[in-house]
Design a protein around this ligand. Structure first.
Ligand SMILES: Nc1ncnc2c1ncn2[C@@H]1O[C@H](COP(=O)(O)OP(=O)(O)OP(=O)(O)O)[C@@H](O)[C@H]1O
Length: 354
């Protein structure tokens, strides 16, 4: 019988500190490259918190992987430490609005993020209480736990309404609802997001706006060089990082994709029992990074957008050429796919398809 023991590795010949290349890793100061100006502006906007005053609300724009979340978290983390030295209690929470799209979910997650139940004695149930009850607990928690609260709302455009923003901006207005000062850092990939905001929310939330430009190949190379110690000495072929940087720069300068590609290239070497991460592995790593990204995009789409996509994929698979398909052909396939998912097709999907 095969002994599974022979398939386990007791040491890692490739990675010395793989965590540096993991998606959720928040790098330290010395590993953050090429965002000095953005960090300076964000620090200026949130500086009043150090004196216990209201920070400016900020909106950050930029394409995916341009360091928006990283800079927002990094500046907030530093702010908390400096304020602490000045005797001011600042805390921050990070909310992914792609996960928490409704007002209730967002209010609950913010309350949960700021709450230390041992200190407040307040619990935040997953469900079973009303939106206003979540708010009530949130204001109470903020009053008890902090002088200044920073709320980072990533993918803010995914919120299904402005209600939570309205509440946060009202609460932030000196002492109206709670005594704590509140600053919001909104993050979006959609430059036009502001256009659909309520005027009142817009004037309060968009006190300052910063656009994060894409990285060029040199910056991407520096970002990866600063994390090179994720690998053991000498295992990375010298051409790997420049190749990853060049490919990622071609695809709108996305640092996440670059770091993913680098990690995958290492994993490919590892899975083949190769002691060297070869430049030739980068092409495969790129495909894997693209598949991941696509999977993530699809996961965020509505069920019917996924059914339309599945229909197109099925038609393309069964087609000899790359011909275009008639709307009726796609709609027929879409109806079939909906049937397989026990879902009623939307008539309006025909307009979307056409
Ligand atoms: N200037 C930088 N220096 C070091 N690492 C960076 C830098 N910019 C981005 N990264 C890394 O790239 C990845 C993506 O960055 P981040 O999540 O901040 O991008 P984003 O602009 O918020 O993207 P999205 O809009 O998709 O959330 C993270 O792992 C981050 O650590």
């Amino acid at each position: 019988m095969t002994d599974p023991e022979e398939f386990f590795r007791r040491d890692d010949a490739i990675f010395a500190n793989k965590e540096l290349l993991e998606i959720n890793h928040l790098p330290t100061n010395d590993r953050i490259v090429g965002r000095d100006e953005e960090i300076k502006q964000l620090a200026n906007a949130t500086n009043p918190a150090i004196f216990g005053q209201s920070p400016s609300n900020v909106l950050l724009y930029g394409k995916t992987g341009t360091g928006k979340s990283l800079c927002a978290k990094h500046v907030s983390r530093t702010l908390v430490d400096i304020a602490d030295e000045e005797g001011i209690n600042v805390r921050y929470v990070y909310i992914d609005c792609a996960q928490d799209t409704t007002e209730t979910q967002t209010a609950r997650s913010i309350a949960f993020g700021f709450n230390d139940p041992d200190e407040t004695g307040i619990t935040i149930p997953e469900k079973g209480i009303s939106t206003s009850a979540y708010y009530k607990r949130l204001w109470e928690i903020l009053d008890q736990q902090t002088d200044v609260a920073i709320v980072i709302l990533d993918e803010i455009d995914k919120l299904d309404s402005d209600s939570i923003l309205m509440q946060l901006s009202r609460a932030g207005e000196a002492g109206k609802i709670c005594d704590c000062k509140i600053g919001v850092i909104g993050i979006s990939n959609k430059i036009k997001y502001k256009d659909r905001m309520d005027e009142r929310v817009k004037s309060s939330l968009c006190e300052r706006e910063f656009v994060f430009p894409p990285y060029d190949a040199n910056q991407l190379r520096e970002i990866m060089d600063a994390r090179k110690d994720a690998f053991h000495d000498g295992v990375l072929e010298s051409g790997v990082i420049p190749k990853v940087a060049a490919l990622a720069a071609q695809e709108h300068g996305d640092a996440r994709k670059a770091i993913d590609m680098l990690r995958y290239a290492g994993e490919i070497a590892q899975s083949r029992g190769d002691g060297t991460v070869k430049e030739s592995y980068v092409t495969e790593a790129r495909e894997q990074a693209e598949t991941d990204r696509f999977r993530e995009l699809i996961r965020g789409a509505t069920p019917h957008s996924r059914y339309v996509l599945q229909s197109l994929a099925l038609l393309s698979l069964n087609s000899e050429s790359d011909d275009q398909f008639r709307t009726t052909t796609i709609y027929d396939m879409y109806e079939r796919v909906c049937g397989e998912h026990a879902s009623e097709p939307f008539l309006s999907a025909a307009f979307v398809i056409s």
